[in-house]
Design a protein around this ligand. Structure first.
Ligand SMILES: Cc1cc2nc3c(=O)[nH]c(=O)nc-3n(C[C@H](O)[C@H](O)[C@H](O)COP(=O)(O)O)c2cc1C
Length: 139
């Protein structure tokens, strides 16, 4: 049975682009091996990640991610059973929301800046959908 999990978090001090690259590399090899797909969005110093996959695999991964010292204030936004995946082509897509047109952010967020704690999980999914449609996501 498939589930989708969405959380928001805040990058720890000193999170450099190199650290982010390491996280993405780790994620892609682990996720491929465990049938997990999704997207990691970052902007300012915030993260939001969508994880999809088998319920026990997603739960186990989330428990590891929550205790990762490279971020803090991890807040669960959604955990739902799903019929189908939305990101089946991505072992972990990446979106740099600092580079997205502010008017797209403003459509889904109270301000044209990325604050996932102020955003519903439905709005996050729509935003990511729109970014996929405009090819703003890297595999
Ligand atoms: C924002 C963020 C997102 C992450 N996403 C994933 C992911 O999708 N898949 C993954 O395997 N690890 C991810 N990690 C890394 C895990 O927290 C953990 O370091 C990694 O799975 C290795 O765990 P281990 O040292 O217990 O083997 C992420 C870490 C951070 C900070």
């Amino acid at each position: 049975m498939l589930v989708r999990l969405i959380y928001a978090s805040h990058a720890a001090d000193g999170l450099t682009p190199a650290v982010l690259d390491t996280i993405l590399q780790q994620s892609r090899s682990h996720n491929q091996a465990h049938g997990i797909t999704g997207v990691l969005c970052f902007g300012g110093s915030a993260f939001v990640q969508v994880l999809e996959g088998e319920r026990s695999a997603v739960s186990a991964l989330y428990n590891r991610i929550v205790s990762d010292a490279r971020h803090e204030r991890v807040e669960l936004l959604d955990f739902s059973e799903i019929i189908e995946r939305q990101f089946s082509g991505w072992t972990m897509g990446q979106v740099n929301l600092g580079k997205v047109n502010p008017s797209i952010l403003l459509r889904y967020l109270p301000r044209a800046e990325f604050d996932p704690y102020a955003c519903s999980s439905q709005a996050i999914l729509r935003l990511v959908d729109e970014l996929i449609a405009t090819a703003a996501i890297n595999k």
